[in-house]
Design a protein around this ligand. Structure first.
Ligand code: SF4
Length: 376
């Protein structure tokens, strides 16, 4: 039995989130949205797995066009991830039940306009079409002002960003929203969500560990966060982000339900001391921005080929696109981000070069060995 959740109830089309409503399990289509056939196939696959809510990324007019057909073809509530084009919300809202925006991305658009004004506009659009909103804060893409305000406390930076955006929506008279605060480190996810909920116990929470990577590690990292948060009565909807082939995306739903059932039944798993020591491979779950599906294979190869370095305290990040990849790999010791034909390799923030998918693994292994030697 989980403790009662104190959040307010919100409406996502026919789906209720928050308060005593059942915890909803959701996932995201990883295909390019404009590829209608592939995305419809992905949506059906997630529906068959039992998704309560399906997220679709929209970044262009072509994506909006595809979205209208997808919305007609499914009865599962849809949430759209507004990527770099928040103004598309107006065209999207009539077709979906929820819109997610990333405060970090919103900050970079129409910079001369106050953020509160952009948020109020989104609230108006959502209200007009009975949509819900999600404030989706991601530790890897936070607006610079928050980092500047809290240089010593990265958790406070993301939590205060989430709080500020709640205030902006409150001020706009809009309450049909949820908040997510994600990172690839489950310990940060636990601390940030707990801190946020202390100040805003009324706001429903969407839980997730982003870039958790491949199973089983990605599932273990996610379980660590979910066990701690759900057992505290925090979490109204959840997503398990896994780097798996597109055809296996249904796993995000089945694993989400299994984790939820275990936690509800009190079947907790502990992790040994030192679990977080050693090589950490983070990988994004992929989305419509992936331009070469070999990204998934590459992430799996990186994991296999670096097994010899398991004892070393290093992070390797493998990201699927050139939009978020460059920024999201900055904090890793070695980072790879994938383009259509080549993969870019980084050592910290510094570029090592761009290599074909066939060649990049050898270069990565050379870099890894050098790094291990230099640290020794
Ligand atoms: S890194 Fe790029 S491809 Fe991966 S989930 Fe983020 S936006 Fe999508």
């Amino acid at each position: 039995m989980l403790p009662p959740r104190r959040t307010r109830r919100i409406q996502v089309g026919p789906l209720e989130l928050g308060g005593g409503a059942p915890i909803a399990v959701q996932s995201m289509a990883a295909t390019r949205t404009r590829d209608l056939e592939a995305t419809l196939h992905q949506v059906r696959l997630l529906e068959d797995a039992g998704a309560d809510l399906i997220r679709i990324a929209v970044d262009s007019s072509q994506d909006v066009e595809a979205l209208t057909h997808i919305a007609d073809a499914t009865s599962t509530p849809l949430v759209v991830d507004l990527q770099e084009s928040y103004r598309l919300a107006e065209r999207i809202a009539p077709h979906v039940q929820k819109i997610r925006y990333n405060p970090g991305h919103l900050h970079h658009h129409e910079k001369d306009k106050p953020t509160a004004e952009k948020v109020a506009w989104l609230a108006d659009v959502a209200r007009g079409e009975n949509c819900a909103l999600r404030i989706g804060v991601n530790a890897g893409s936070i607006a610079p002002e928050y980092e500047a305000r809290h240089p010593e406390d990265s958790i406070e930076a993301i939590v205060s960003c989430a709080r500020d955006h709640c205030h902006m929506l409150d001020a706009a008279g809009f309450s049909n929203y949820v908040v997510s605060i994600k990172d690839s480190d489950p310990r940060l996810v636990i601390e940030a969500n707990t801190r946020f909920a202390e100040s805003r116990p009324d706001v429903p929470l969407h839980l997730g560990v982003t870039e958790a990577g491949m199973p089983p590690d990605g599932i273990i990292k996610t379980r660590i966060a979910f066990e701690q948060l759900l057992a505290r009565g925090l979490g109204d909807t959840l997503r398990v982000s896994l780097t798996v082939p597109f055809e296996e995306k249904g796993q995000e739903i089945t694993v989400g339900r299994e984790l939820l059932a275990d936690i509800e039944a009190g079947r907790f798993r502990s992790v040994p001391v030192g679990f977080f020591d050693g090589l950490n491979i983070i990988a994004c779950p992929s989305c419509s921005r992936v331009e070469n599906e070999r990204f998934i294979e590459l992430a799996q190869e990186v994991k296999r080929a670096t097994a010899h370095a398991a004892e070393h305290q290093l992070t390797i990040a493998v990201m699927g696109c050139r939009v978020n990849g460059p920024g999201e790999t900055d904090d890793a010791d070695l980072g790879l981000w994938c383009g259509p034909r080549t993969v870019n390799l980084k050592r910290g923030k510094e570029s090592v070069g761009s290599f074909t998918y066939d060649a990049v693994l050898d270069v990565l292994l050379r870099e890894l060995d050098q790094l291990i030697q230099s640290r020794a």
